[in-house]
Design a protein around this ligand. Structure first.
Ligand SMILES: [Zn+2]
Length: 156
């Protein structure tokens, strides 16, 4: 079940047209990623069948650039976070040009934790219960009470 054009446009705007993970501007051919992977069977008679079809819903979808979506594949968010963090070990252990670039100060490791874009910009969902009444709305509430009191006096 593919997303409708409208659902896809809404999903694209979930983080103002940016990849939910790295924060880049979404390219034209961006991917609709399942935050919790649906995990498709890779081969055999059930090739492409979702192991977790209940996760195929718009609430579980994130707009992603192709490199992030392909890198995340079917990993959980935390598993993917650890995997990305582990890239430094791979670079240091297996890539002499990386070590050389680091030795000459062209690359510097920061030691910062892997934080996804949507975690940096997470906006609390607007909830009427979470909103404190501002002074103006309190004042207008009093006004309407006063008006109704006058109105009932006039009626009496
Ligand atoms: Zn990305």
């Amino acid at each position: 079940m593919a997303l409708t054009k409208k659902q896809r446009e809404l999903l694209k705007q979930k983080y103002d047209g940016k990849c939910a993970y790295c924060g880049c501007d979404l390219p034209e051919r961006w991917h609709a990623d399942h935050l919790e992977a649906v995990v498709r069977d890779p081969w055999g008679a059930n090739k492409g069948r979702m192991q977790y079809p209940e996760r195929h819903k718009i609430e579980n979808m994130m707009p992603a650039c192709p490199p992030c979506n392909i890198s995340k594949h079917s990993m959980s968010l935390e598993g993917w976070r650890q995997w990305i963090a582990g890239h430094l070990n791979s670079l240091n252990n297996y890539h002499p040009i990386y070590r050389l670039a680091k030795a000459y100060g062209l690359v510097r490791e920061t030691g910062i934790p892997v934080t996804f874009y949507f975690e940096k910009v997470s906006r609390p969902q607007p909830s009427p219960l979470a909103q404190k009444p501002n002074e103006q709305s309190i004042a207008s509430a009093y006004e309407s009470v006063e008006r109704s009191e006058y109105a009932s006096r006039d009626d009496a």
